[in-house]
Design a protein around this ligand. Sequence first.
Ligand SMILES: [Ca+2]
Ligand SMILES: [Ca+2]
Ligand SMILES: [Ca+2]
Length: 624
Amino acid sequence: MGTYKCCLVFKRRFRWNDAPPPEDVRAIFATHAAGGGPHMPADGLRAYLQSAADSEAPDDADLERLLDQIRQLQGRGGRIPRVGRPLGLTLDDFHRFLFSQELNPPLRHAHGQVHHDMGAPLSHYFIYTGHNSYLTGNQLSSDCSDVPIIKALQRGVRVIELDMWPNSAKDDVSILHGRTLTTPVSLLKCLVSIKQYAFVASPYPVIITLEDHLPPDLQDKAAKVQLSTNTPSVLNYHLVCLKIFSSCHQMVLEVFGDMLYYPDTDHLKEFPSPDELKGRVLLSTKPPKEYLEAKDGGTMKDGDAELHLSKSAGDDVAWGKEVPDIQSEIQSATKHDDDDTDEDDDEEEEQKMQQHLAPQYKHLITIKAGKPKGTLVDALQSDPEKVRRLSLSEQQLAKVADHHGTEIVRFTQRNLLRIYPKGTRVTSSNYNPFLGWVHGAQMVAFNMQGYGRALWLMHGFYKANGGCGYVKKPDFLMQTEPEIFDPKKPLPPKKTLKVKVYMGDGWRMDFKQTHFDQYSPPDFYARVGIAGVPADSVMKKTKAIEDNWTPVWEEDFTFPLTVPEIALLRVEVHEYDMSEKDDFGGQTVLPVSELLPGIRAVALFDRKGNRFNSVKLLMRFEFE
Ligand SMILES: [Ca+2]
Ligand SMILES: [Ca+2]
Ligand SMILES: [Ca+2]
């Protein structure tokens, strides 16, 4: 046995050197090498860079710096660095350059340059949005903490959601998910962490959505509050709500001070722009109200389905469920008539609440929030005098999208639409974000701890625009003439993306030799595809390359795109196993709008979205 293993180690060791530069790389090198010889001079590299990305030629200093960096890649390979002034790049140097995640990344603005116009009202942007940002795990029993809030802000998330409940003594405010076993974290701690980390990843505004809740038993307790024996108990209850509400807002004001933005007027006709709000924190909330369905356990009773899914999870553990098709989401939502509202709104009660709301706190709310009142279609009526934020569950959105797609798009041209996960997603899983995006919904709220395919799409989408957490909505979603965009109308392909997957490498550095297969090298295959509108969404795959740490696939894929503006390129590497589930070999999601044409090194990420040190693919992108 020992000898057998020893042989395998030996075999594995020299296997990885077997993969030579792909034919396409040789051909490009030959084109730009001096006189077709063995060296590519600086001018040859300059000409290649110019032709590949259709960009301006780098100046001499930039080119010299790049040549130095390419020579340093050589050193990492363990070879002796060349002494003296080299003749130029060898074929191996050039291949190493193309296969370097640092020097040859796939995205146009890889180094954090914000390049969208940031001067339009907030409603013109998709905004990186978290749901129940304080939970560390599932929605029922996980801990509440400011750590996930900090992590989200470090990733560039711009909307942090906090739920406010009075603590058990009813004299302070805690953050926790209502009616569940989640342990609380104090509001103050969350706010202080938000202040500390708000702008580490992006200078653009952070929006705090405060969901105000009161447990059902407080209504009775409210009677004990000695406000006035003559006041009806309902009003007493309202006053307790207000007390908590006011103390929350006072705390926000104290923590953020001048950092907190709020408008001079009660009602905004248009939201300010991300540029105007740089370095500011905004509040988006609604007045407190009774949590009616909480009395009978609310949405939690139908949560069991997902809690018990672990036994059938299998493949889903590593990969997350395959992102569901939008059409089938719409169909199932219209079939099941279960309104998934977080709470029932009572217009009359809310008006009473507004009257008693201390004015100094009311005006702190820049983005006034509300749940749909009346029918969902009524809720989408836009008021020319004031803008607001509407919240819909993913199911409510699917239902209203079935017949009223253009009304949703029209609403989101001036107002903000927030989509939140349905109540049954107790394992903090997520949904297909494109249903929201294609209707112009700015805040597609995701459980940032719900690792898997849906969250990878979210991570990938916000790599655009320098990772600043704001992505400008494409023009077609904002246009009113000749007509409002109809997400259901079939469109012809606008662009074709051609993708070639050459090879992969890096697993031999980042994983143990027995990580994938106990007794042989891994058998990798790549899944490549598009997430976008239904017409564009597809996944394809390469064949598996057996027993090789540096697989060479050399396979081409063609993706016609009807809405390339919001499409995402999906890449997954699987390790094939005949009798078991595939092992996870890495993933990435890239915004198609920012893909650089030409041969590129594509870094892969683990299932939590952290970049592997070395795992990468060599790919080529072309647009037609
Ligand atoms: Ca395996
Ligand atoms: Ca194998
Ligand atoms: Ca295998």
